[in-house]
Write a protein that binds this ligand. Structure first.
Ligand code: BG6
Length: 517
């Protein structure tokens, strides 16, 4: 056991040595009065500071239009961090952290404001080490281009900084709203910065359980030989949410589930499940393999959409004994809206490993449960010895990767029920994060912010990946364009989505395996 502990430590140390240490930096958050800053960014920065993962010297500027000063922004952020941080806020740590927070009032379209920002963050008095600049765009996507241009014109975001200084731009999703707009945005950004300076966020990639997919697949000898069309029957990836659109009706009317979740989170998870082993762990090798998967996905043409994609929209229902309104009754939603709050689709990957293995993806709001998981379902055994005892069909073996909640991985296989007769039923081998590592798993944004600070792009989306993802989504949107939702496409809040989604799988002899908690 002692040897095991020593080995563990050695391995952990070795991995740690590959991480760069954070240099002093200045982070400017555009959209500092917004939801994301309060819910995710400041709590994550606080946690990093509390865990001593930030350098002694750093500054965080909140840039927004509202009139505030350092003190009022600090106290607002304190409330937010207390409310949204996973662990309690310690007064002493907060006071030390708050000293790094500053507010900058300015209009996003005003060149003068950027000149003043420049004077403030690059003031000769500023510690030279804080001249590593990171700009976080937590604003509407339509403002990305403008802010990038203004920063460039003000001379704070160039293709080079001063000697030994870095300049980085972190961009929130959604990145564009179709292939054309994503390409345009990419072109605008490469005019003012190198691709390696642009960090496109998909927060799913920062989740521990999503990062673990690579470790699970490529640090174990036993799974990879099974990870192919010879052994795997099909794959299901589910991202279901009990929440409706809540206060985000306006945003959702523009987005819909296909743009909001399928184009990014679901395709990212799919690419990690399906990619080939990278030649090394460097960012480009990993991202090269991921993008190859998306390029190998057989596009669903508009005329094929009906047979491969199901959309849905929630109507009133109840979740946890609470009555829920229909999507069309939500605030800022058109009462005749045809926007999809649910999507299920069947994708095929045309390569040697996956030929003929369907990947079923689904996501939806106001569903029965909030859970994200990947289920790898294996092929049945070629011959059933136990047909007399259990019928000709045994329960399928499966690996389920629970991304959240109840994070973990389970292997389902058949076992004998103790007793004198030969009865069989599926049993589980279960790994749970909580049981193995304790309760606290870092928030995705902690990891992503730290990576952006140290300049590691591995967990960020490269421009070709964004474009490959949009090119798969656009023909589906085209198929839906101008077609009102049919009666069969509505689903009751609290259900598992429209029945057409069950039929999509049943048609191919499969059935959804719904997450259970
Ligand atoms: C966001 C989507 O990117 O991801 C939301 O915009 C969705 O609509 C959210 O609710 C899901 O993320 P998580 O981490 O809560 O599963």
């Amino acid at each position: 056991m002692e040897n095991m502990d020593a080995l563990d430590e050695l391995l952990i140390c070795r991995l740690d040595q590959t991480r760069k240490l954070a240099e002093p930096f200045t982070l400017v958050i555009f959209g500092a009065s917004g939801d994301l800053a309060a819910r995710k960014l400041l709590p994550a920065m606080y946690q990093l500071a509390a865990k001593h993962q930030l350098p002694a010297s750093f500054r965080i500027f909140g840039f927004a239009r509202r009139e505030k000063n350092d003190d009022s922004w600090r106290s607002e952020m304190k409330e937010a961090v207390q409310k949204f941080s996973k662990t309690p806020v310690a007064e002493e740590t907060w006071v030390e952290f708050a000293g790094h927070l500053h507010y900058f009032q300015g209009d996003l379209g005003d060149a003068q404001a950027y000149a003043q920002l420049r004077a403030r963050i690059l003031a000769p008095a500023a510690e030279p080490s804080q001249r590593n600049l990171l700009f976080y765009l937590a604003v509407q996507p339509s403002q990305f281009g403008e802010i990038g241009r203004q920063l460039h014109d003000a001379g704070v975001l160039g293709k080079t900084g001063g000697v030994g200084e870095s300049r980085r731009l972190v961009v929130e999703k959604p990145f564009g709203q179709d292939l054309v707009s994503a390409k345009k945005l990419n072109q605008e950004l490469v005019r003012i910065a190198h691709e390696k300076q642009v960090f496109r966020i998909d927060h799913y990639l920062g989740k521990e359980t999503v990062q673990n997919i690579l470790i699970f697949r490529f640090s174990n000898g036993i799974f990879e030989p099974l990870w192919n069309r010879q052994c795997i029957d099909h794959v299901q990836i589910t991202l279901s949410e009990k929440l409706g659109v809540g206060t985000r009706g306006g945003f959702y009317e523009e987005a819909g589930a296909l743009r909001d979740v399928v184009q990014n989170h679901l395709l990212e998870v799919l690419s990690l499940i399906a990619m080939e082993p990278p030649v090394s762990l460097d960012a480009e090798s990993i991202r090269d393999e991921k993008v190859k998967v998306l390029r190998a996905i057989r596009p669903i043409l508009p005329i094929q959409a009906a047979g491969n994609v199901v959309r849905g929209q929630y109507i009133e229902g109840s979740i946890d004994n609470q009555a829920r309104v229909a999507y069309r009754q939500e605030a800022k939603v058109d009462p005749t809206s045809n926007v999809e709050t649910y999507v299920a689709l069947r994708l095929l990957i045309d390569n040697w490993r996956w030929n003929g293995v369907p990947f079923y993806l689904r996501t939806g709001k106001s569903l029965a449960l909030s859970a994200s998981e990947v289920r790898i379902q294996f092929r049945p055994p070629p011959h059933v010895l136990f047909a007399a005892q259990c019928g000709p069909k045994l329960d399928a073996n499966a690996i389920t990767i629970r991304l959240q909640p109840d994070e973990g991985i389970s292997l389902r296989f058949n076992g004998k029920i103790p007793g004198s007769s030969m009865q069989i039923r599926p049993v589980l081998m279960n790994f749970s994060y909580q049981g193995e590592f304790g309760a606290y798993t870092p928030e995705a944004y902690e990891r992503l912010l730290l990576d952006a600070i140290v300049g590691d792009p591995t967990l960020f989306i490269r421009s070709d990946m964004v474009e490959a993802a949009w090119s798969l989504m656009d023909p589906i949107r085209e198929a839906w364009q101008g077609c009102p939702l049919a009666a069969s496409e509505f689903y009751r809040a609290g259900s598992w989505g429209p029945t057409a989604a069950d039929e999509l799988l049943a048609h191919h002899g499969h059935a959804w395996s719904n997450p259970v908690l």
